[in-house]
Design a protein around this ligand. Structure first.
Ligand code: NAD
Length: 358
């Protein structure tokens, strides 16, 4: 069996703790002969600043380009807050995203039955939610020119530009339509076409591309309505596709639906389907090194890696089911425990998921 080359970038704070547990799951699968891996570890973030003077050393980017997929922990922490801009740990994250041309950000929002009461929404609204938010990550207003703060008529004017090329819209819409084929076959494209020309183009291109996917149902929502529907009836969504700015906001609403940031995985993919997989949460310096971190977001990120970069949806589903079983057995880290419930460590949660893997 040809081994998949995985680059592990544990990063800072709780990053190493949670990626160790994700690796444990992958090694459990490998030990059973289901799949083979070749792991390599690299430096990113504050750990890389300390060791090499910059948050993304060249050797890390080279290793990332060579790997079949990259599994990351998190970067950042108060130690580097005062560092010069170029030595900020978060710059390492931006640099690896652009270095690998990761334009498609996937954020699944799923609610495990056992945790339906942890959400700020009513359990009956949240139980069974399974939404995939697909956000364009390398274009739009975060990158468009002109940008800046300028003097005009004796006062300052702040300018940013929302700018999308047809090809950028088409490729992210194709990602969403393909992904919908693996799910329930429905895509909602989110824009603001009633006000913005860039959104009018977005909608036109989305419709054109969708003609190649007659088996997928494409509908459109204005972003204000989409935000409302996401909290009103999250179960009505399958795949959502949207621009960088709208996706940033909608994915955080999605994150809040499930109740804990420690549960949310993400993937960022490029045109070859290679990707960077990472939990949505940061380095959580307030709990780092104390065995308190929830490793499930990192474990579920590894499951996404199996599905989207390694072509093993079968194993991804098994890992996801193992997570659900561990939760159904009442295993809880502190962030998802109810008052009075027993709490386990990061390592014990990782073990519990590995034990539930069959
Ligand atoms: P954070 O996500 O690190 O933490 C927010 C809160 O959630 C904290 O109370 C933390 O203890 C808790 N939390 C986060 N992950 C958890 C987990 N797995 N289990 C249990 N609890 C968890 O966000 P923050 O505090 O705003 O940022 C801390 C540092 O992380 C900053 O330096 C920030 O820049 C960085 N950051 C990095 C990333 C990334 O690497 N992708 C993302 C966000 C923030």
């Amino acid at each position: 069996m040809k081994p998949h080359r995985i680059l592990l970038l544990p990063g800072d704070g709780i990053g190493p703790e949670v990626t160790t547990q994700a690796r444990r799951l992958l090694e459990t699968l490998a030990a059973r002969g289901e799949i083979a891996f070749e792991f390599e570890e690299g430096l990113i973030g504050g750990a890389a600043v300390d060791a090499r003077g910059k948050p993304l050393p060249e050797e890390t980017l080279v290793a990332a380009r060579r790997a079949d997929a990259v599994l990351m922990g998190a970067v950042g922490g108060p130690k580097w807050d005062g560092a010069p801009r170029a030595a900020h740990p978060e710059r390492g994250l931006l640099a690896i995203r652009s270095g690998l041309e990761l334009y498609a950000n996937l954020r699944p929002v799923r609610c495990a039955d056992a945790l339906a009461d942890a959400s700020s929404l009513k359990p009956e609204l949240i139980r069974g939610v399974d939404v995939l938010i697909v956000r364009e990550l390398t274009g739009g207003i975060y990158f468009g020119e002109p940008r800046g703060i300028f003097e005009e008529d004796g006062e300052r004017v702040g300018i940013n530009t929302e700018r999308y090329r047809e090809s950028e819209i088409a490729r992210i819409c194709r990602n969403a339509l393909e992904l919908a084929r693996l799910r329930r076959g429905q895509v909602v494209s989110v824009d603001k076409a009633n006000v913005l020309e860039s959104s009018q183009l977005w909608r036109e291109v989305a419709k054109t591309v969708a003609r190649d996917y007659p088996d997928v149902r494409l509908t459109h929502l204005y972003v204000d309505n989409a935000a409302m529907q996401l909290v009103r009836s999250p179960k009505s969504f399958d795949v959502m596709v949207t621009s960088n700015l709208f996706g940033d906001i909608l994915s955080d609403i999605g994150a809040q639906l499930t109740g804990s940031i420690g549960l949310l995985p993400s993937a960022s993919l490029n045109a070859d389907g290679r990707g960077l997989y990472e939990p949505v949460h940061g380095s959580a310096p307030d709990i780092a090194g104390r065995g308190l971190a929830n490793p499930l977001a990192a474990i579920l990120s590894a499951a996404m890696m199996l599905r989207h970069s390694l072509g093993r949806s079968d194993l991804a589903e098994r890992v996801e089911r193992a997570v659900e079983r561990a939760l159904a057995r009442g295993i809880r880290t502190a962030d998802i425990a109810r008052p009075g419930q027993d709490v386990v460590s990061t390592v014990r949660m990782g073990q519990a998921v590995a034990e539930a893997l069959y």
